[in-house]
Design a protein around this ligand. Sequence first.
Ligand SMILES: NC(=O)c1ccc[n+]([C@@H]2O[C@H](COP(=O)([O-])OP(=O)(O)OC[C@H]3O[C@@H](n4cnc5c(N)ncnc54)[C@H](OP(=O)(O)O)[C@@H]3O)[C@@H](O)[C@H]2O)c1
Length: 252
Amino acid sequence: MTTAQPLTLITGANRGMGFEIAKELGAKGQRILLGARNAEKGTQAVEQLKQSGIDATLIPLDVTDKQSVQAAADRIATDYGSLDILINNAGAVFDGRQQPSVVNTDQMRQDFDLNYFGVVYMCQAFLPLLKKAPKAKIINVSSMMGSMTNALNPQASVFRAVAVGYQSAKAAVNMYTVQLAKEMTRDGLPITVNAIDPGMVATEFGGADPKQVAKMGAKPVDEGVARTVELATSPDDDSNATFTNTDGTVAW
Ligand SMILES: NC(=O)c1ccc[n+]([C@@H]2O[C@H](COP(=O)([O-])OP(=O)(O)OC[C@H]3O[C@@H](n4cnc5c(N)ncnc54)[C@H](OP(=O)(O)O)[C@@H]3O)[C@@H](O)[C@H]2O)c1
Protein backbone atom coordinates (compact mmCIF):
# COMPACT_ATOMS: atom_id res chain seq x y z
CA MET A 1 0.00 0.00 0.00
CA THR A 2 1.59 3.26 -1.00
CA THR A 3 -0.99 5.61 0.50
CA ALA A 4 -0.30 6.67 4.08
CA GLN A 5 -3.92 6.19 5.04
CA PRO A 6 -5.43 3.10 3.40
CA LEU A 7 -9.16 3.13 2.76
CA THR A 8 -10.63 0.00 4.35
CA LEU A 9 -14.14 -1.43 4.10
CA ILE A 10 -15.22 -3.91 6.76
CA THR A 11 -18.51 -5.79 6.48
CA GLY A 12 -20.60 -6.51 9.58
CA ALA A 13 -18.63 -3.89 11.48
CA ASN A 14 -21.29 -2.52 13.82
CA ARG A 15 -20.40 -5.03 16.56
CA GLY A 16 -18.23 -8.00 17.46
CA MET A 17 -14.96 -8.57 15.64
CA GLY A 18 -15.91 -6.27 12.76
CA PHE A 19 -16.22 -3.33 15.13
CA GLU A 20 -12.95 -4.22 16.86
CA ILE A 21 -11.16 -4.45 13.48
CA ALA A 22 -12.59 -1.01 12.56
CA LYS A 23 -11.46 0.41 15.91
CA GLU A 24 -7.93 -1.00 15.71
CA LEU A 25 -7.31 -0.19 12.04
CA GLY A 26 -8.82 3.27 12.57
CA ALA A 27 -6.52 3.85 15.55
CA LYS A 28 -3.61 2.99 13.24
CA GLY A 29 -4.71 5.74 10.87
CA GLN A 30 -6.69 3.81 8.25
CA ARG A 31 -9.81 5.49 6.88
CA ILE A 32 -12.68 3.22 7.89
CA LEU A 33 -15.76 2.46 5.84
CA LEU A 34 -17.98 0.71 8.38
CA GLY A 35 -20.38 -1.70 6.70
CA ALA A 36 -23.62 -2.38 8.59
CA ARG A 37 -26.95 -3.76 7.45
CA ASN A 38 -28.82 -1.86 10.17
CA ALA A 39 -28.42 1.92 9.75
CA GLU A 40 -29.20 2.73 13.37
CA LYS A 41 -26.65 0.25 14.77
CA GLY A 42 -24.13 1.35 12.13
CA THR A 43 -24.58 5.03 12.99
CA GLN A 44 -24.01 4.31 16.68
CA ALA A 45 -20.85 2.37 15.88
CA VAL A 46 -19.52 5.15 13.63
CA GLU A 47 -20.24 7.76 16.32
CA GLN A 48 -18.33 5.67 18.86
CA LEU A 49 -15.31 5.47 16.54
CA LYS A 50 -15.46 9.18 15.76
CA GLN A 51 -15.41 9.97 19.48
CA SER A 52 -12.04 8.23 19.60
CA GLY A 53 -10.79 10.40 16.74
CA ILE A 54 -11.16 7.73 14.05
CA ASP A 55 -12.01 8.67 10.47
CA ALA A 56 -15.11 6.48 10.02
CA THR A 57 -18.01 6.56 7.57
CA LEU A 58 -21.13 4.39 7.59
CA ILE A 59 -21.74 2.25 4.51
CA PRO A 60 -25.24 0.68 4.62
CA LEU A 61 -24.57 -2.86 3.46
CA ASP A 62 -26.44 -6.15 3.57
CA VAL A 63 -24.02 -8.59 1.99
CA THR A 64 -26.79 -11.07 1.08
CA ASP A 65 -28.51 -8.43 -1.06
CA LYS A 66 -26.80 -7.88 -4.43
CA GLN A 67 -28.49 -4.48 -4.88
CA SER A 68 -27.26 -3.33 -1.48
CA VAL A 69 -23.73 -4.52 -2.29
CA GLN A 70 -23.73 -2.76 -5.68
CA ALA A 71 -25.16 0.44 -4.18
CA ALA A 72 -22.31 0.45 -1.66
CA ALA A 73 -19.74 -0.12 -4.42
CA ASP A 74 -21.26 2.68 -6.53
CA ARG A 75 -21.21 5.07 -3.60
CA ILE A 76 -17.58 4.31 -2.75
CA ALA A 77 -16.65 4.65 -6.43
CA THR A 78 -18.24 8.11 -6.50
CA ASP A 79 -16.90 9.30 -3.16
CA TYR A 80 -13.39 7.76 -3.19
CA GLY A 81 -12.67 6.25 -6.61
CA SER A 82 -10.77 3.24 -5.24
CA LEU A 83 -10.49 0.89 -2.25
CA ASP A 84 -7.29 -0.43 -0.63
CA ILE A 85 -8.56 -3.14 1.72
CA LEU A 86 -11.76 -5.19 1.76
CA ILE A 87 -12.39 -7.21 4.91
CA ASN A 88 -15.24 -9.69 4.48
CA ASN A 89 -16.14 -10.17 8.13
CA ALA A 90 -19.96 -10.40 8.22
CA GLY A 91 -21.04 -13.89 9.16
CA ALA A 92 -23.38 -15.98 11.26
CA VAL A 93 -24.29 -19.60 11.92
CA PHE A 94 -27.85 -20.70 11.25
CA ASP A 95 -27.58 -24.49 11.72
CA GLY A 96 -25.66 -24.83 14.97
CA ARG A 97 -25.48 -28.29 16.55
CA GLN A 98 -27.69 -30.00 13.93
CA GLN A 99 -26.45 -33.38 12.76
CA PRO A 100 -25.83 -33.77 8.99
CA SER A 101 -28.52 -36.49 8.73
CA VAL A 102 -31.27 -34.10 9.82
CA VAL A 103 -29.90 -30.60 9.30
CA ASN A 104 -32.51 -28.07 8.18
CA THR A 105 -31.65 -27.34 4.55
CA ASP A 106 -33.34 -23.91 4.60
CA GLN A 107 -30.96 -22.93 7.38
CA MET A 108 -28.05 -24.37 5.40
CA ARG A 109 -29.04 -22.07 2.53
CA GLN A 110 -28.99 -19.12 4.94
CA ASP A 111 -25.48 -20.17 5.97
CA PHE A 112 -24.42 -20.10 2.33
CA ASP A 113 -26.26 -16.87 1.46
CA LEU A 114 -24.44 -14.95 4.16
CA ASN A 115 -21.10 -16.67 4.70
CA TYR A 116 -20.36 -17.71 1.11
CA PHE A 117 -22.40 -15.80 -1.46
CA GLY A 118 -22.04 -12.65 0.65
CA VAL A 119 -18.26 -12.91 0.20
CA VAL A 120 -18.57 -13.66 -3.52
CA TYR A 121 -20.94 -10.71 -4.11
CA MET A 122 -18.59 -8.40 -2.21
CA CYS A 123 -15.46 -9.49 -4.06
CA GLN A 124 -17.11 -9.25 -7.46
CA ALA A 125 -18.65 -5.82 -6.81
CA PHE A 126 -15.52 -4.32 -5.23
CA LEU A 127 -12.80 -5.73 -7.47
CA PRO A 128 -13.13 -2.82 -9.92
CA LEU A 129 -12.36 -0.44 -7.03
CA LEU A 130 -9.57 -2.61 -5.59
CA LYS A 131 -7.98 -2.70 -9.06
CA LYS A 132 -7.80 1.10 -8.98
CA ALA A 133 -5.65 1.09 -5.81
CA PRO A 134 -1.87 0.87 -6.22
CA LYS A 135 -1.93 -2.35 -4.17
CA ALA A 136 -4.93 -3.99 -2.54
CA LYS A 137 -5.93 -6.73 -0.12
CA ILE A 138 -8.97 -8.89 0.37
CA ILE A 139 -9.16 -10.55 3.77
CA ASN A 140 -11.88 -13.15 4.23
CA VAL A 141 -12.77 -13.90 7.84
CA SER A 142 -13.18 -17.65 7.61
CA SER A 143 -12.98 -20.18 10.45
CA MET A 144 -11.16 -23.32 11.48
CA MET A 145 -14.69 -24.75 11.46
CA GLY A 146 -14.28 -24.84 7.66
CA SER A 147 -11.11 -26.93 7.82
CA MET A 148 -11.53 -30.56 6.70
CA THR A 149 -8.18 -31.48 8.25
CA ASN A 150 -9.18 -30.15 11.67
CA ALA A 151 -12.68 -31.66 11.47
CA LEU A 152 -10.93 -35.03 11.17
CA ASN A 153 -8.33 -34.40 13.87
CA PRO A 154 -9.42 -35.62 17.34
CA GLN A 155 -6.86 -33.25 18.90
CA ALA A 156 -8.31 -30.17 17.18
CA SER A 157 -10.50 -27.73 19.10
CA VAL A 158 -13.21 -27.99 16.43
CA PHE A 159 -13.28 -31.82 16.27
CA ARG A 160 -16.58 -32.16 18.14
CA ALA A 161 -18.26 -29.09 16.66
CA VAL A 162 -21.16 -29.71 14.26
CA ALA A 163 -22.74 -27.00 12.12
CA VAL A 164 -22.35 -28.55 8.71
CA GLY A 165 -24.05 -25.72 6.80
CA TYR A 166 -21.84 -23.05 8.38
CA GLN A 167 -18.76 -25.27 8.14
CA SER A 168 -19.37 -26.04 4.47
CA ALA A 169 -19.91 -22.35 3.71
CA LYS A 170 -16.58 -21.45 5.35
CA ALA A 171 -14.85 -24.31 3.50
CA ALA A 172 -16.35 -22.87 0.30
CA VAL A 173 -15.01 -19.42 1.23
CA ASN A 174 -11.58 -20.99 1.56
CA MET A 175 -11.80 -22.42 -1.96
CA TYR A 176 -13.08 -19.09 -3.34
CA THR A 177 -10.12 -17.40 -1.61
CA VAL A 178 -7.65 -19.75 -3.30
CA GLN A 179 -9.23 -19.47 -6.74
CA LEU A 180 -9.60 -15.68 -6.64
CA ALA A 181 -6.01 -15.33 -5.39
CA LYS A 182 -4.79 -17.47 -8.30
CA GLU A 183 -6.81 -15.39 -10.77
CA MET A 184 -5.27 -12.16 -9.42
CA THR A 185 -1.76 -13.62 -9.71
CA ARG A 186 -2.40 -15.00 -13.20
CA ASP A 187 -3.67 -11.58 -14.31
CA GLY A 188 -0.64 -9.84 -12.81
CA LEU A 189 -2.75 -7.76 -10.44
CA PRO A 190 -1.29 -6.45 -7.14
CA ILE A 191 -4.26 -7.77 -5.16
CA THR A 192 -3.80 -10.44 -2.48
CA VAL A 193 -6.62 -12.64 -1.23
CA ASN A 194 -6.28 -14.50 2.06
CA ALA A 195 -8.46 -16.29 4.60
CA ILE A 196 -8.19 -15.84 8.37
CA ASP A 197 -9.23 -18.02 11.28
CA PRO A 198 -9.98 -15.88 14.35
CA GLY A 199 -10.36 -18.84 16.73
CA MET A 200 -13.20 -19.08 19.23
CA VAL A 201 -13.93 -15.51 20.24
CA ALA A 202 -16.20 -14.01 22.88
CA THR A 203 -18.77 -12.15 20.79
CA GLU A 204 -22.53 -12.44 20.33
CA PHE A 205 -21.88 -14.81 17.43
CA GLY A 206 -24.67 -17.37 17.04
CA GLY A 207 -26.72 -15.52 19.68
CA ALA A 208 -24.09 -16.25 22.35
CA ASP A 209 -23.57 -14.30 25.55
CA PRO A 210 -19.93 -13.13 25.28
CA LYS A 211 -19.37 -13.55 29.05
CA GLN A 212 -20.64 -17.14 28.95
CA VAL A 213 -18.50 -18.12 25.97
CA ALA A 214 -15.49 -16.44 27.57
CA LYS A 215 -15.97 -18.79 30.54
CA MET A 216 -15.93 -21.68 28.04
CA GLY A 217 -12.52 -20.57 26.77
CA ALA A 218 -13.39 -18.07 24.03
CA LYS A 219 -10.70 -15.44 23.45
CA PRO A 220 -11.16 -11.71 24.03
CA VAL A 221 -12.18 -9.85 20.86
CA ASP A 222 -8.83 -8.07 20.49
CA GLU A 223 -7.06 -11.44 20.34
CA GLY A 224 -9.61 -12.72 17.82
CA VAL A 225 -8.85 -9.91 15.37
CA ALA A 226 -5.07 -9.94 15.85
CA ARG A 227 -4.18 -11.83 12.64
CA THR A 228 -6.61 -9.79 10.54
CA VAL A 229 -5.20 -6.53 11.90
CA GLU A 230 -1.65 -7.76 11.35
CA LEU A 231 -2.36 -8.66 7.72
CA ALA A 232 -4.25 -5.41 7.07
CA THR A 233 -1.43 -3.28 8.46
CA SER A 234 1.60 -4.98 6.90
CA PRO A 235 2.21 -3.04 3.69
CA ASP A 236 4.95 -5.41 2.53
CA ASP A 237 3.15 -8.66 3.39
CA ASP A 238 2.43 -10.16 -0.02
CA SER A 239 1.01 -13.43 1.37
CA ASN A 240 -1.51 -14.75 -1.09
CA ALA A 241 -3.93 -17.69 -1.04
CA THR A 242 -3.14 -18.42 2.62
CA PHE A 243 -5.29 -19.56 5.55
CA THR A 244 -3.73 -18.38 8.82
CA ASN A 245 -4.34 -17.53 12.44
CA THR A 246 -2.08 -16.10 15.13
CA ASP A 247 -0.31 -19.47 15.44
CA GLY A 248 0.56 -19.61 11.73
CA THR A 249 -0.85 -21.63 8.85
CA VAL A 250 -4.19 -23.38 9.33
CA ALA A 251 -4.67 -26.66 7.47
CA TRP A 252 -7.35 -26.39 4.76
N1 LIG B 1 -16.94 -15.60 17.27
C1 LIG B 1 -16.30 -16.70 16.92
O1 LIG B 1 -15.97 -17.56 17.79
C2 LIG B 1 -15.88 -16.92 15.49
C3 LIG B 1 -15.02 -18.00 15.22
C4 LIG B 1 -14.60 -18.20 13.90
C5 LIG B 1 -15.02 -17.35 12.90
N2 LIG B 1 -15.87 -16.32 13.19
C6 LIG B 1 -16.26 -15.44 12.08
O2 LIG B 1 -15.91 -14.11 12.42
C7 LIG B 1 -16.79 -13.18 11.76
C8 LIG B 1 -17.30 -12.17 12.75
O3 LIG B 1 -18.01 -12.86 13.75
P1 LIG B 1 -18.36 -12.24 15.19
O4 LIG B 1 -17.98 -13.25 16.19
O5 LIG B 1 -17.84 -10.85 15.30
O6 LIG B 1 -19.97 -12.24 15.09
P2 LIG B 1 -21.08 -11.21 15.59
O7 LIG B 1 -20.65 -10.51 16.83
O8 LIG B 1 -22.35 -12.01 15.61
O9 LIG B 1 -21.13 -10.13 14.40
C9 LIG B 1 -21.57 -10.48 13.13
C10 LIG B 1 -21.70 -9.22 12.30
O10 LIG B 1 -22.17 -9.61 11.00
C11 LIG B 1 -23.27 -8.78 10.68
N3 LIG B 1 -24.16 -9.38 9.70
C12 LIG B 1 -24.96 -10.45 9.84
N4 LIG B 1 -25.66 -10.65 8.71
C13 LIG B 1 -25.30 -9.68 7.85
C14 LIG B 1 -25.66 -9.34 6.53
N5 LIG B 1 -26.57 -10.05 5.84
N6 LIG B 1 -25.05 -8.28 5.94
C15 LIG B 1 -24.14 -7.56 6.61
N7 LIG B 1 -23.76 -7.81 7.86
C16 LIG B 1 -24.34 -8.86 8.48
C17 LIG B 1 -23.95 -8.52 12.01
O11 LIG B 1 -24.85 -7.42 11.90
P3 LIG B 1 -26.16 -7.26 12.88
O12 LIG B 1 -25.67 -6.60 14.13
O13 LIG B 1 -27.08 -6.41 12.07
O14 LIG B 1 -26.68 -8.65 13.13
C18 LIG B 1 -22.73 -8.22 12.87
O15 LIG B 1 -22.27 -6.92 12.65
C19 LIG B 1 -17.87 -14.05 11.10
O16 LIG B 1 -17.57 -14.21 9.73
C20 LIG B 1 -17.76 -15.39 11.82
O17 LIG B 1 -18.19 -16.46 11.01
C21 LIG B 1 -16.31 -16.09 14.46
